[in-house]
Ligand binder design. Structure first.
Ligand SMILES: [Zn+2]
Ligand SMILES: [Zn+2]
Length: 324
C-alpha cells in the first residue's frame, strides 16, 4: 500500500471540515508526529486499516467545536490525541482495567482517521489536556513515542542498568526519563551509526554502541524499540538472570530461533500493546517535571511522504512532526 498524499486524500481532508457527533470534539490540528507505526500501516505490515485512511496518532490541536454531551474541554483548549481512540469499557480486558487490550478498541490513524490533516474528530474521553510547557510540535511525539516508551519503561521494572535497542523517537524521550530516575542507559543503534551513538551519549547514555556489540556490563532489563526480531536473542544475551526484555513496538520481523539457555535463568520476554488512558495521564504529568526535551524535525503536512521516507531510512535522530 502506498500513502497517496499527492493532492489526495490529504488535500481533500483539508477542504472538508467534519462536524463532531455525540461525545466528539472537532480539533484543529497544530502538529502531528510521524510514528514508525504509520510506516507499518502504510507498508501493509499492519493489516486491516480503515480505507481510505488519514494516518497519524500523535496529535496536538485546539478544540474548535464540541458535539452533544461533549463538555470535558472548552473551545480553544489545547488537547492531545494518541493511539487509543476508543475502548468499549465492557469486555473482559476493559473491566480488568486493561483497556489497552480491549477487544473492541479503535485506534487513531489506523481504524479511525488520524492527524495527517488540518482537522480531525476525536472522542473527547480519549483526548488529554496537552502539557502547557510545550510548543505543539515539541509535544506531539509525547503522544505515542513518549507514551509507548513510558509503558515499556514501567514494564522494565526497577532495572538500574537499562539497555535500549533502536535509538529513535521513543528512545530519545525515555532515556531522559530513565536518567531522571537515576538509571543507567546503555544505547544500541544500528552498527556503525556513530551519529546515533553520539546523540544517545548527549542525552545521558552511560554507553552507546552497535546492536551486535555486547554491553560493558550485564543489563537488568532491555527495551527493544527497533522492529527487528533478531534483537530479541541479542537482548536476552545481554540481560542478567531474572532480567526482562520488553518489546516496545507494534510490529517486528520474525524472531530467529535461539538456544534455550538464552532464556534460561528466569529471563522474561514481554511485549507492550497500545496504551491506557492512565498511562497518558501519568506520563503527560511527568514530562514537564523531568523535564523531557523532545528533538523534533518539522515537515509541512504536504511532505508527509518525505517524512515517512526519512523515518524508513533510519536517519531521523529524534522525532519527525508534520505541521499543517
Ligand atoms: Zn473493551
Ligand atoms: Zn505510534
Amino acid at each position: 500500500m502506498v500513502l497517496t498524499t499527492s493532492r489526495h486524500p490529504l488535500e481533500a481532508a483539508k477542504r472538508t471540515i467534519p462536524s463532531p457527533g455525540a461525545g466528539e470534539v472537532l480539533i484543529r490540528i497544530l502538529a502531528c508526529g510521524v510514528c514508525r507505526t504509520d510506516l507499518h500501516i502504510v507498508d501493509g505490515e499492519l493489516t486491516g486499516p480503515k480505507l481510505p485512511l488519514v494516518p497519524g496518532h500523535e496529535i496536538i490541536g485546539r478544540v474548535e467545536q464540541s458535539g452533544d454531551a461533549a463538555d470535558r474541554f472548552a473551545l480553544g483548549d489545547r488537547v492531545g490525541v494518541g493511539w487509543l481512540g476508543f475502548a468499549c469499557g465492557e469486555c473482559t480486558y476493559c473491566v480488568a482495567d486493561r483497556e489497552n487490550l480491549c477487544n473492541n478498541a479503535l485506534f487513531t490513524g489506523y481504524t479511525v482517521d488520524g492527524g495527517y490533516a488540518a482537522y480531525t474528530l476525536a472522542r473527547e474521553r480519549y483526548c488529554f489536556q496537552a502539557p502547557a510547557a510545550y510548543e505543539p510540535a515539541e509535544a506531539a511525539p509525547l503522544m505515542c513515542a513518549g507514551l509507548i516508551g513510558y509503558r515499556s519503561l514501567v514494564k522494565a521494572g526497577d532495572a538500574q542498568r537499562l539497555g535500549i535497542y533502536g535509538f529513535g523517537a521513543a528512545a530519545h524521550i525515555i532515556t531522559q526519563v530513565a536518567r531522571h530516575q537515576e538509571r543507567q542507559v546503555y544505547a544500541f543503534t544500528r552498527p556503525g551509526d556513530q551519529e546515533g551513538q553520539t546523540f544517545a551519549r548527549e542525552l545521558g547514555a552511560a554507553w552507546a554502541g552497535g546492536s551486535s556489540e555486547a554491553p560493558p556490563e550485564e543489563l537488568d532489563a532491555a527495551i527493544i524499540f527497533a522492529p527487528v526480531g533478531a534483537l530479541v536473542p541479542a537482548a536476552l544475551r545481554a540481560v542478567r538472570k531474572g532480567g526482562t526484555v520488553v518489546c516496545g513496538g507494534i510490529h517486528m520481523s520474525d524472531i530467529p530461533s535461539f538456544p534455550y539457555e538464552f532464556l534460561w535463568g528466569e529471563r522474561m520476554v514481554c511485549s507492550v500493546a497500545n496504551i491506557t488512558r492512565r498511562d497518558a495521564e501519568e506520563f503527560l504529568a511527568l514530562a514537564p517535571m523531568v523535564p523531557i526535551r523532545t528533538q523534533v524535525r518539522t515537515f509541512p503536512l504536504e511532505q508527509a511522504n518525505e517524512a515517512l521516507a526519512e523515518l524508513r531510512s533510519g536517519l531521523v535522530h529524534g522525532a519527525a512532526v508534520l505541521v499543517p
